[in-house]
Design a protein. Structure first.
Length: 47
């Protein structure tokens, strides 16, 4: 029983860590100027 509980807690920790992934960078237009107020969304996600 203790092994099952330990495995469950490890899996919960891994999934919580996987949700916190950040991407940083600069979005530029065709001329190379930064775009102000740009929002980026990953394909296949709803947030």
């Amino acid at each position: 029983m203790r092994k099952i509980l330990t495995a469950a807690l490890l899996l919960l920790g891994i999934t919580a860590f996987a949700q916190q992934h950040s991407v940083k960078g600069t979005v530029t237009d065709q001329n190379g100027y930064p775009v102000i107020g740009m929002a980026v969304q990953e394909q296949g996600t709803s947030n």
